[in-house]
Design a protein around this ligand. Structure first.
Ligand SMILES: [Fe+2]
Ligand SMILES: [Fe+2]
Length: 484
């Protein structure tokens, strides 16, 4: 069973003392999040789908507190409840607690983005009903699915999340949906599926933001800016550090409120940041692909979206196990994934990695031990497999690197990798570490920012924006496919 790293006493003290970034030198204090003792409402088995494997059916509480694994109806992927969670109930349509109105409703991709989606939302811990109504018109939600619910954390970290996985969707199609159950529906929101694999006429747009952390006013303004204009992004990537500390559910509530404008209309995919702290709150609230390594499920994964292969990595491993994880299991998985992606370049020409701590940046963390470890471990692999672009957070600023080899030396002719820090969407901005950019830097600006990226089979265009909507012109970059 996976153990989750809660806030250590040392980190908590650092936070109350106002330390700038206490989790940048994470503690080694590990422990498990124990189940809490809740009254449990009876289950309603009528909506069960797939091959659910709950515990002893004779005792409702034992059943609900047992782990849950199931294959959602029509899906190829399995879904497992997170270790340490309770109230694991699948398929309920009718049980509502005192605060059943769905909050923080949002979508993500747990599997192939052209045909699947996961919808997640929060309620009180007694609501079991997990119903989704879906359709291609906002006034005709003619498909129904029923998902599962889980509760994690305890005390003021407790969070109850419903999650429904839908499969067999039509590619490149806008779907409208609402969630909850009869009498307690959310507003109607929407998302668009990815274009079908194997096309040549891709026209893909996505947004990148990161490090909202502790200024949710700026965060909301960034997200309102993201959805302005005629060109709506297809989805958004977040580069980590959503909140000051991932176990603080009150902060998550503010984060979701700030993100509501864009989460209502597009899926999000998250890279885990050190401040997210591997908290059960982070892991529960975002339904992401579950890979075979149980300790890293939903933390590293990959998927193709149109002309781009995305590789999401976690650079804040459990118990700070950099050798066993960053340089071990995750590195092995990454190399296998990149081997497949490189062989598929004719169909999917661009490879984009996303993780939190940048290998090559010029600000506060550029010489810290964890950064140096990631730089020396992952950058040579990005170089070896021809990763085109690496998107990062952690440094609260914007920075574009030169075209670099695995040691940070400038190269040319589309032989290298570009690194972009897109962070500071609320967190206090950072200045240059030594008063000047490092040798690998092409452009740096200490400014609230986000990226718009446009991708076709022949171009990957990155345009960084300031909060006021102006373009960071010297940070723009256009990549063409590598010569094969
Ligand atoms: Fe940060
Ligand atoms: Fe960070």
């Amino acid at each position: 069973m996976r153990t989750l790293r809660p806030l250590s006493l040392l980190a908590a003290l650092s936070l109350t003392l106002g330390c700038q970034d206490p989790l940048d030198a994470p503690s080694t204090d590990a422990g498990s999040v124990a189940p809490t003792d809740h009254g449990a409402a009876p289950t309603d088995a009528q909506g069960l789908t797939g091959d659910a494997t709950p515990g002893d059916a004779g005792d409702p509480l034992a059943t609900e507190n047992a782990p849950l694994t199931y294959t959602p109806e029509g899906c190829m992927h399995r879904v497992s409840s997170l270790p340490g969670t309770i109230n694991n109930v699948l398929g309920n349509r009718t049980v509502f607690g005192p605060m059943p109105e769905p909050r923080n409703v949002h979508t993500s991709w747990p599997a192939e983005p052209s045909t699947t989606v996961a919808i997640a939302w929060q309620t009180d811990n007694q609501t079991r009903a997990s119903v989704v109504q879906l359709g291609t018109s906002p006034t005709m939600l003619d498909q129904t699915a029923v998902g599962s619910v889980s509760t994690g954390g305890r005390g003021n970290t407790e969070v109850t999340i419903h999650e429904a996985h839908l499969c067999g969707l039509r590619p490149d199609t806008t779907y409208h949906y609402r969630v909850g159950g009869e009498g307690h529906w959310s507003a109607v929101q929407r998302f668009k599926t990815a274009p079908a694999p194997g096309r040549t006429d891709y026209d893909v747009n996505f947004v990148v933001s990161g490090d909202s952390r502790d200024n949710f006013t700026t965060w909301r303004q960034v997200q309102e800016r993201v959805v302005m204009g005629a060109q709506q992004p297809d989805f958004q990537i977040f580069s980590g550090d959503a909140v000051l500390l991932g176990t603080l559910q009150g902060a998550w509530q503010q984060w979701f409120t700030g993100a509501a404008a864009s989460q209502a209309v597009m899926p999000w995919m998250m890279a885990h940041g050190n401040h997210d702290a591997l908290a059960i709150n982070y892991l529960l609230q975002f339904a992401q692909p579950q890979v075979d390594a149980p300790e890293q499920s939903e933390l590293y994964f990959s998927f193709d979206y149109g002309p781009v292969h995305f590789l999401f990595l976690n650079d804040t491993p459990l118990r700070d196990d950099y050798a066993g994880n960053v340089a071990g299991t995750q590195l092995t998985w990454m190399r296998a994934d990149l081997t497949r992606a490189r062989a598929n370049r004719a169909r999917v020409p661009f490879i984009v990695a996303v993780h939190h701590k940048p290998c090559f940046a010029s600000s506060r963390h550029s010489s810290t031990t964890d950064t140096v470890f990631i730089r020396t471990t992952w950058a040579p692999v990005f170089d070896e497999f021809g990763v085109d672009l690496v998107l990062n957070g952690h440094e609260h600023d914007f920075e574009l690197s030169k075209e670099l080899d695995g040691r940070g030396q400038e190269v040319s002719g589309r032989r290298g990798t570009r690194y972009i820090v897109a962070a500071g969407a609320g967190a206090q901005l950072y200045e240059l570490q030594d008063g000047m950019p490092r040798s690998w830097s092409a452009y740096y600006e200490s400014v609230v920012n986000f990226l718009r990226v446009h991708a076709t089979m022949t171009r990957l265009e990155v345009t960084p924006f300031r909060l006021d909507g102006t373009i960071i012109d010297r940070g723009r970059v256009t990549l063409t496919p590598r010569p094969m």
